[in-house]
Design a protein around this ligand. Structure first.
Ligand code: SAM
Length: 339
């Protein structure tokens, strides 16, 4: 019997953040000059993550995504992938900004990783520099090429912002096709950390589709029966398929089967949740798996989160939390809980 929350949503999908560190400073995620980092002692060890994943599998999880921060900054990450690859999972994926992929794509594949999502917001190096405050566009592009040689089913995730990269829908579609990847256009979200967010900068899904329709003539919805993936998929007349993640204007809370654990072991049931359940103390004092499972189960059974939908219902929508609140509770940051 699947574990279902108060809205009938099963726990199926777990995003495991393995570090809060990142080698980019994206305008939409980490625009500040200074951040407070988790202490190394507080990070879950690989054995602890592996044990937690077993507990989650016992509760119905069958998809794991490693994320961060930038997950490839976690030392020896392939060892964790090897541990997880042995488990009975339908999917084992990783989200990365691609900077370190040239070195790690092949080892990750050998370790048993099944799929990659690579964040790529622009094909223009100067723009990348302005958007991320790092001069690493060339490395990202080489990383993507390396990944395309060893992985199938790669998704390229692009956050589309008005006046920043909204003229790149078509170039990104072309590039994705050239490496047999599928691009997903993501609406700019007002998540914790996006302190410069304003509704003017969001390109709603409807507008993205309208622009593509006026360019290509027809954009048809692709049916994915039973899918709980956040992206709605569409096809162009030439057969190319792409996704749009409309979490800002048309969120998918009703189908959300995702949970998250931070690199220091806080369990969150929504990207917008303000309180996490600390699992590290239980792990470190040697509680039995059963006791840890009961804590997670109790949280999930009580889950009523509709964070993104509640944001849509707000009248004067601005950044989710101000910088002062992020300073007081850094776990509110997107880069702590994993995108
Ligand atoms: N470092 C990895 C990466 O860049 O993919 C994983 C972590 S990152 C937080 C995960 C995803 O969250 C990225 O695709 C990023 O673009 C997305 N993201 C971060 N802030 C966002 C925002 N304000 N709106 C929409 N997507 C956002």
């Amino acid at each position: 019997m699947a574990l279902v929350d108060t809205l009938g949503r099963p726990l199926r999908n777990l995003r495991v953040s393995v570090t809060d560190r990142c080698n980019l400073r994206c305008e939409y995620c980490m625009p500040e000059e200074e951040y407070e980092w988790l202490s190394r002692d507080d990070l879950l060890h690989f054995e602890e993550i592996s044990r937690l994943v077993d507990v989650f599998i016992g509760l119905g999880v069958d998809k794991i995504r490693l994320t961060g921060g930038e997950p490839l900054l976690r030392r020896n990450l392939c060892q964790l992938v090897e541990l997880l690859a042995e488990k009975p999972l339908r999917d084992l994926a990783l989200t990365t900004n691609g900077i370190l992929l040239e070195e790690f794509a092949a080892p990750l594949s050998r370790a048993g990783l099944k799929r990659l999502n690579i964040s790529l917001d622009t094909l223009v190096p100067d723009r990348f520099m302005r958007l991320t405050r790092q001069n690493d566009h060339g490395r990202v592009m080489r990383g993507i090429q390396a990944a395309s040689r060893v992985f199938d089913g790669t998704k390229l995730d692009a956050v589309i912002m008005r006046g920043v990269n909204d003229d790149e829908l078509e170039p990104l579609l072309d590039f994705a096709a050239s490496i047999r990847a599928e691009v997903r256009f993501i609406e700019y979200m007002d998540v914790g950390g996006a302190t410069h967010w304003s509704s003017d900068t969001v390109i709603p899904r409807a507008e993205m589709l309208e622009r593509l329709r006026s360019r290509f003539g027809v954009v048809e919805a692709v049916e994915d029966p039973g899918s709980t993936a956040p992206a709605d998929r569409f096809a162009l007349p030439d057969g190319r398929v792409f996704g749009v993640i409309a979490s800002t204007t048309a969120p998918f809370c009703r189908d959300c089967d995702r949970a998250r654990i931070t690199a220091d072991g806080l369990f969150f049931t929504c990207l917008y949740a303000t309180d996490g359940l600390a699992l590290r103390p239980s792990l470190r004092r040697g509680d039995p798996d059963e006791a840890i499972a009961r804590q997670i189960e109790t949280r999930w059974l009580a889950r009523a989160d509709r964070g993104a939908e509640e944001r849509v219902e707000m009248r004067d929508r601005s950044a989710f939390v101000p910088v002062s609140a992020l300073r007081a509770d850094p776990h509110l940051e997107m880069h702590k809980r994993g995108g």
